[in-house]
Design a protein around this ligand. Structure first.
Ligand SMILES: Cc1cc2nc3c(=O)[nH]c(=O)nc-3n(C[C@H](O)[C@H](O)[C@H](O)COP(=O)(O)OP(=O)(O)OC[C@H]3O[C@@H](n4cnc5c(N)ncnc54)[C@H](O)[C@@H]3O)c2cc1C
Length: 286
């Protein structure tokens, strides 16, 4: 491991002061599950590592019927998975966080670190997009809120500016009661997804009122598949409509050939799994 100074500020203000002082020499660390691997591989060589672990209430999970869910960026995957509030009001999130890696990683990794890493293979981002989530980004100079589907810019690149931290995730009260999460991992259940599909849906008398679809592991970022949604919105949900939605979703992705499968294979699986996700969400409505 490289040599670095390790700092543990106890307030957000002190954290921003340290970030400003050390600039590009510094990197923040939350659970460390991603950062330490990059440091060990010399992909990142910070001189100073600033821990977020001692910031008060950085891991809070709060819910109100009016405002929805507010998750501190320092909440660990396991906290979210086991939260009774999340399980009751956001079963899609419970299901998603249950499937992140294995308990050792879930006990350490945080939702903030997961999203901030901008890794397209990760799971929470797609489900949070399907639930209309926003992220709160804070620096010493102020705060801004961004829709999560605007946060992922490119491969490992997010909208976070230098000196900014992801501080909170806001998930409004669910607008669509049907949901599905499919993490397709043919190699091992603990693997990253070969294709990940998160969907929320409202429907009445077999007609899709509204739908929101996000996909991971099939493009340089986690994506919000808006054109696919558009094909189903307002339509009667038939096999033909679902096939069309799957076909359109496959045109919105840009997968890579890798050890989880070829790009063509992943594109075909998108067609199948998007259809299946709508069917699962419909079943949950009945
Ligand atoms: C073996 C293994 C298997 C995994 N499997 C999965 C999986 O199946 N699904 C999945 O989704 N993920 C998986 N992951 C990824 C894991 O979920 C992430 O590594 C983890 O969530 C990152 O969170 P962390 O707190 O450990 O972040 P860290 O490693 O501490 O930080 C990651 C990056 O984010 C930055 N950062 C951290 N917090 C903030 C913040 N609040 N604001 C701004 N920047 C910040 C850091 O500077 C760093 O660049 C796996 C990881 C490993 C090692």
């Amino acid at each position: 491991m490289i040599k670095f100074d390790y700092l543990e500020p106890t307030t957000l203000k002190k954290t921003f002061n340290l970030m400003d002082k050390h600039g590009d020499d510094a990197r923040v660390i939350a659970g460390g599950t991603s950062l330490l691997i990059m440091m060990r591989q010399r992909l990142l060589v910070p001189k100073v590592v600033i821990s977020l672990a001692r910031i008060p209430k950085f891991d809070k999970i709060a819910y109100s019927a009016k405002d929805g869910l507010r998750i501190g960026a320092g909440a660990r995957h396991r906290d979210i998975e086991l939260s009774p509030i999340v399980k009751r009001h956001y079963p899609l999130l419970h299901e998603t966080f249950r499937k992140v890696a294995q308990p050792r990683i879930r006990n350490m990794g945080t939702v903030g670190g997961n999203l901030a890493a901008g890794d397209p293979l990760t799971d929470p981002g797609a489900s949070l997009i399907a639930l209309d989530a926003e992220v709160e980004l804070t620096s010493g100079k102020g705060q801004r809120t961004l829709r999560l589907d605007e946060f992922f810019i490119d491969y490992y690149q997010t909208a976070l500016a230098p000196g900014e931290l992801l501080t909170e995730i806001h998930v409004p009260p669910p607008k669509r009661p049907g949901w599905a999460h499919i993490k397709f991992t043919p190699r091992s259940v603990e693997d990253f997804a070969t294709v990940g599909v998160a969907l929320t849906l409202s429907a009445s008398n077999g007609v899709c009122e509204d739908v929101r679809l996000a996909l991971n592991s099939v493009a340089p970022t986690i994506i919000h598949a808006k054109r696919a949604e558009q094909t189903l919105r307002g339509k009667t949900i038939t096999d033909a409509a679902l096939r069309e939605m799957g076909e359109v979703a496959a045109t919105e992705v840009d997968p890579m050939d890798d050890n989880r499968g070829s790009a063509d294979y992943k594109r075909e699986m998108v067609k199948v799994l998007v259809r299946r996700a709508v069917q699962e969400a419909l079943q949950r409505l009945h």
